[in-house]
Design a binder for this molecule. Structure first.
Ligand code: NDP
Length: 309
């Protein structure tokens, strides 16, 4: 593969403006141009960096996803056309870890309620037994990759005991016990927070369904920063309505944007965020660093960073 020019698809603007990325790459002597997905705009490009998938990308040699998740891309078509797909895994641990720590503290310390009351200029204290502290509580982190690592670091920093779930039973620093997915229900049983940080694949679709929710404690919270499809959303709504779990913080949903009529918007002890757990003003710098390294590797005849296909 030879890369002379990289297109920056305008869809990245949902996460950061494309111009600073183009400038950053230019400063590193990588020729980059902003494209709109049309074959004309991609004419001189062998590669593209993008949020969305577009059919025209199947004529390129290499597509880089600015997200860690690559569930937007048709993997079979990429294989058929011999297009290399890479992702941005590894750069989101700090931002998502801090977002999860924020959710955990908001729910335990009732900060989400204060914000809601402030909107109504209402001086309303929580009940004497509503607030609690998280030190010594258990969290179960499902997925111990880049995201999981950032989450484990923050939650252990808050004094929490952490167990984890992954495909392999390999130990992970800071995680007291690592379960494989067969032990998922056992892993979530004692946790006050269950945090989802796995990719959406055939194996993880609706990994959390009615039975897993029933296996959780009644005073537990589900935090989903993975993908909406990892949870059976109907089962989640029912579990929340029936008080089978206490609440949650949801950054991702089966349908995004979350439809206006979703009951999740108005549920007590449910924090809804618009798929932005990884947002940071440094996002484009992290993506640029991956691209620069990949271009260097490709020039040396090696695989780019984070090759998925
Ligand atoms: P990684 O590839 O670094 O880690 C994935 C982890 O999930 C690994 O621990 C892996 O297990 C585990 N895993 C994969 N498949 C299974 C399975 N079938 N059962 C149990 N565990 C499994 O990915 P990242 O941590 O970078 O990202 C994970 C996902 O989070 C992304 O794919 C994306 O969808 C989502 N994400 C969401 C963001 C947001 O803004 N909300 C931001 C960034 C990512 P093992 O360690 O054994 O390989």
């Amino acid at each position: 593969m030879r890369i002379d020019r990289i297109g920056i698809d305008e869809s990245v603007a949902a996460v950061f403006p494309p111009e600073p990325l183009a400038q950053r790459l230019a400063a590193a002597a990588v020729d980059a141009t902003i494209v709109d997905g049309s074959p004309e705009s991609l004419a001189d490009c062998q590669a593209v960096v993008t949020l969305e998938h577009r059919e025209s990308f199947l004529d390129l040699e290499w597509v880089h996803s600015i997200q860690a998740g690559v569930d937007r891309f048709p993997h079979d078509r990429f294989r058929e056309e011999g297009v290399v797909l890479t992702n941005s895994t590894g750069v989101h641990g700090d931002a998502v870890g801090e977002t999860v720590a924020g959710f955990v503290l908001a729910l335990a310390r009732r900060i989400h309620e204060h914000v809601a009351h402030q909107t109504d200029r209402e001086w309303s204290r929580p009940g004497w037994d509503d607030g609690w502290t998280v030190a010594g509580e258990q969290a179960c982190v499902v997925g111990l990759g880049g995201l999981g690592r950032g989450i484990v670091d923050r939650l252990t920093g808050l004094g929490m005991d952490v167990v984890g779930v992954r495909r392999s039973p390999l130990p992970e620093p800071g995680v007291d016990q690592v379960y494989t997915v067969d032990g998922l229900r056992e892993a979530v049983a004692d946790a006050r927070f269950v945090v989802l940080a796995v990719p959406l694949t055939d194996a993880t679709r609706e990994l959390i369904g009615a039975e897993e929710l029933a296996a959780m404690r009644q005073d537990a919270y589900l935090i989903n920063v993975a993908r909406g499809g990892v949870v059976d959303q109907l089962a989640l709504v029912e579990a929340l309505r029936d008080g089978e779990i206490a609440g949650g913080a949801l950054d991702v949903f089966e349908t995004e944007p979350l439809p206006e009529d979703s009951p999740l918007w108005a549920m007590d002890d449910v924090i809804v965020s618009p798929h932005c757990a990884a947002y940071t003003r440094d996002y484009y710098r992290h993506v640029a660093a991956i691209l620069e390294e990949s271009v260097r590797r490709i020039a040396d005849g090696e695989d780019p960073v984070n090759r998925v296909l």
